[in-house]
Design a protein around this ligand. Structure first.
Ligand SMILES: [Zn+2]
Length: 437
């Protein structure tokens, strides 16, 4: 598994661009990182679910990315990620994408044939016992029973990943795309021990995985901060990195294999932990965000006032009216308090400042409303239905929107994770960097 033509950089950021209008503004955030002395390469991710809701084709994401790269003269790598695809949905992504997130969460817990479980356990005597890992204080203690149970739980899912991987490989050729395996959209977090066993199975399947997205403990709700124990997250991440390093050496997985954090956007309180773990262990990370850019479009429209603000209010009113339908597909990853949702009548009287300060995720700000933010986060279907009316206003207000998109991605995500500048001071991250320079 050494023939990796296409290689993902140590630091990368996954950005979603629901309406394919902000690629340039997003790329600008990576350029700011480069100016600050760090290479963070962009990966434009879009899932099949997003394409279906919006009515778009994966080729449109590719065109938007290519156009942005040309316009801004970006010389480093960049990728288009077929996010959370399965064997059922991969087909239309094969041409335009060069990064594939093989989502096998639905197959976790499905039984694999007993003979395959036994063969796996026999093939991996090194996994049963006490395993010393560089970077971990205590060894992993894996009993034969734990090994077998873990194989029973994950082997079918990993086989499924192999199936999807081979569909892509047959079409694009080995080494011509990046593979990520994701297991985050499930109920229970995977432990570092489980991750190690999963990686052994992934190597057996011959998948040259470059990023792996486990489910971490704690809640990763859409568009709002992390809910959970940050110290526990950090110690788990440290052990995950140790497990990855061991698997790279032991099983010949790609050397640049790293964690992918499917953040659901805005996990500000774990960003310092991610940064310090990366620093301490000299590890890379792929930070995947998604809907945060779409919310910046709304913020930009609201900030613009006039027709833009009117449309932002209209979108809230419709999202409020259809909240049950909009929230249903995301039920496991949102926590909206209906009592905290302002009525559309109230919002219709808001100024630009009232709208943007309720929506903008400034931790600790009194006006910030996480319920409203989550509802709008999943409410992009409303804008999709507005079609040209929405897109025309995006174009008309491009400058103010682009400024919000770039600032948000750089100050609130890239700077804290990759440069170690806390989100608290996000509004002044630019100023801090100028001081540093
Ligand atoms: Zn995910």
């Amino acid at each position: 598994m050494t023939n990796q033509a296409l290689k993902l950089n140590k630091y990368s950021v996954g950005t979603g661009d629901r309406f394919a209008h902000q690629a340039k503004a997003q790329l600008q955030a990576c350029i700011k990182a480069l100016d600050a002395g760090i290479e963070v390469v962009p990966v434009w991710n879009k899932s099949n679910r997003e394409h279906i809701i919006i009515g778009s084709e994966p080729s449109s994401a590719r065109q938007a990315a290519d156009a942005a790269i040309r316009a801004l003269g970006w010389k480093l790598p960049y990728f288009c990620d077929a996010d959370h695809i399965t064997s059922q949905t991969v087909a239309r992504f094969l041409d335009p994408c060069d990064f594939f997130t093989l989502d096998v969460a639905d197959f976790i817990g499905q039984p694999a044939p007993a003979a395959e479980i036994d063969a796996f356990v026999k093939r991996h005597p090194e996994l049963a016992g006490s395993i010393e890992l560089a970077g971990a204080d205590d060894p992993f203690e894996i009993t034969p029973q734990i090994l077998k149970q873990t194989a029973q739980k994950f082997l079918a899912a990993v086989k499924k990943a192999g199936e999807v991987y081979r569909i892509i490989e047959a079409k694009r050729g080995a080494g011509n795309f990046i593979s990520e395996v994701s297991m985050d959209e499930t109920d229970r977090a995977q432990s570092p021990v489980e991750l190690l066993i999963i990686l052994a199975a992934i190597a057996d399947e011959g998948i040259p995985v470059q990023t792996i997205a486990p489910k971490f403990s704690g809640r990763f709700n859409k568009g709002v901060d992390y809910v959970g124990n940050v110290a526990q997250f950090e110690s788990e991440m440290v052990l995950d990195v140790a497990a990855i390093r061991y698997a790279v050496r032991q099983y010949g997985l790609p050397e640049n294999l790293k964690l992918s954090v499917h953040s659901g956007s805005d996990k500000f309180s774990i960003y310092p932990a991610i940064h310090s773990t990366m620093q301490r262990l000299n590890a890379g990370v792929h930070l995947k965000t998604a809907g945060t850019t779409w919310l910046e479009e709304l913020i930009g429209l609201a900030e613009a006032g006039g027709d833009g603000l009117a449309l932002a209010k209209e979108i809230y009113a419709q999202a409020f009216a259809h909240r049950e339908e909009l929230c249903a597909p995301y039920a496991t990853v949102i926590d909206i308090d209906p009592a905290r949702l302002p009525s559309p009548a109230e919002v219709s009287g808001w100024t630009s400042e009232q709208y943007t300060s309720a929506l903008r995720h400034v931790p600790g700000a009194a006006a910030y409303n996480s319920s409203l933010r989550q509802l709008l986060h999943v409410g992009f279907k409303v804008a999709a239905k507005l079609g040209p009316h929405y897109l025309d206003l995006l174009n008309a207000n491009e400058t103010v929107i682009a400024k919000n998109v770039t600032e948000n991605l750089f100050n609130r995500h890239i700077a804290p994770v990759f440069l170690g500048i806390p989100v608290k001071t996000a509004r002044t991250a630019d100023a801090l960097m100028m001081e540093k320079a």
